[in-house]
Design a protein around this ligand. Structure first.
Ligand code: APR
Ligand code: PHB
Length: 388
């Protein structure tokens, strides 16, 4: 089989890239290890930067997010039983859209189906060959039979655990990492969200977040030690802990119910450089991970897709500047989002190893954010998304 762009991974990065390229007349094949149901079963963050919403519209998948997404003008930061609001609209003139990543993925699959896009599920043993030559190809097995896919380019959209990044020789690839000493225990419940905007709560017992998917589906998180197991947390224990960490007025009005999903995710910051090796490009989680504080994971995947999509379209029009500068452009934005996610995480979490000085620094940082318009403007600018 032959295609122009072989895409490894059918998560949001791979599907969005495939959809945009197809609309530009560029042929792709997406190779996904898992079944579609498995991919759609993963619960991830739910806040889209406005630029990401515009990309979805450009890809022809903006209809449902525009109809069902919840535009938010601001967010609450709570600390020591006080809360203050960061007004995105006043500081930046922009909003964010609350809409689950699972729904984005569902919309992308529907769009790929409608265009007869080639998404092959259940592939095993994907191997990238000749990425540093002019004629790369990918081999894989499907139902026990070996296949070969020849292509002009390979887009590595296969997430943190994929094969694409590992294909780049260790002598070329540099990796940067911080692993945080805690995780987030997340609960999805069919209850009305406690607040119409998100609440990011700093508390000495640990961070908590009140988020939502829509008017009848709430998403909450509490910081937990990495040694905790989700099955050891009863729903009652979760609600009690959440209530302790959020402001009293929110705790009093919180409506609880049975959890329909409960899981623990570790927190990590990670960047691999460069994001291009020959004709292989890394996109999204394959190249970088952010801790979820600030919800930048999917948004960064979308900005990578933006740069690569435009670069590939230019290439087929005879101009290589876009693909030649892909890694540099993508990384410039990645590092700024890494900085923001790391600083939000540092500001709002309880770190077991912090000393008394570092505690005071955290308090001073929060006081500064509460009292300074400039600090709030900076948070707002990053939260709604830096320009592409
Ligand atoms: N072969 C084929 N497919 C693979 C392989 C492989 N060897 N390894 C992984 N995959 C698939 C995974 O099954 C997954 O569906 O690649 C896909 C990668 O999807 P994601 O992990 O969702 O990564 P990405 O598409 O870059 O999405 C960006 O935003 O909120 C964040 O971390 C969140 O998923 C997230 C992301
Ligand atoms: C979520 O709704 O899952 C969510 C929202 C904001 C974050 C992280 C996760 O910063």
């Amino acid at each position: 089989m032959r295609t122009q762009v072989a895409i490894i991974g059918g998560g949001p990065s791979g599907l969005l890239l495939s959809q945009l390229l197809h609309r530009a007349g560029i042929d792709t094949v997406v190779l996904e290890r898992q079944s579609r149901d498995y991919v759609l079963g993963r619960i991830r963050a739910g806040v889209l930067e406005w630029g990401a919403v515009e990309m979805l519209r450009e890809a022809g998948v903006g209809k449902r997010v525009d109809a069902e997404g919840l535009p938010h003008d601001g967010t609450y930061i709570a600390t020591r039983n006080r809360g203050f609001r960061i007004d995105f609209r006043r500081h930046t003139g922009q909003q964010v859209m609350v809409y689950g990543q699972t729904e984005v993925t569902r919309d992308l699959y529907a769009a790929r189906d409608a265009m007869d896009g080639k998404v092959i599920h259940g592939v095993e043993g994907v191997t990238i060959h000749g990425a540093d030559t002019d004629a790369p190809h990918v081999t894989y097995t499907l139902d026990g039979t070996g296949h070969r896919l020849d292509c002009d380019f390979v887009a590595g959209c296969d997430g943190f655990h994929g094969v694409s990044r590992k294909t780049i020789p260790a002598s070329v690839l540099k990796e940067f990492e911080r692993v945080y000493p805690f995780g987030w225990l997340g609960v999805l419940s069919e209850t009305p969200p406690v607040s119409h905007e998100l609440i990011y709560a700093q508390h000495e017992r640990g961070f908590a977040l009140c988020s939502m998917r829509h008017a009848a589906l709430a998403r909450y998180y509490v910081q937990v030690p990495l040694t905790d197991k989700a099955e050891d947390w009863s729903d009652d224990a979760f609600w009690a802990e959440l209530k302790r960490r959020i402001p009293a007025d929110a705790a009093e009005t919180l409506i609880t119910g049975p959890s329909i999903e409960k899981s623990i995710a570790p927190l990590r910051s990670f960047v691999a450089e460069p994001m291009r090796w020959g004709r292989l490009f890394l996109v999204g989680d394959a190249a970088h991970i952010v801790p979820p504080t600030g919800a930048k994971g999917l948004n960064l995947a979308v900005s990578d897709v933006h740069y690569l999509y435009h670069g590939l379209v230019q290439h087929y029009q005879g101009e290589d500047e876009g693909i030649d500068r892909y890694s540099e452009r993508a990384l410039a934005r990645v590092w700024k989002s890494e900085r923001f996610s790391w600083s939000m995480t540092t500001l709002l979490h309880t770190f077991p190893e912090r000393n008394a000085f570092e505690h005071r620094m955290q308090e001073a940082e929060l006081d500064y954010l509460e009292s300074s318009d400039a600090a709030q403007a900076s948070l707002a600018e990053n939260y709604v998304g830096l320009p592409y």
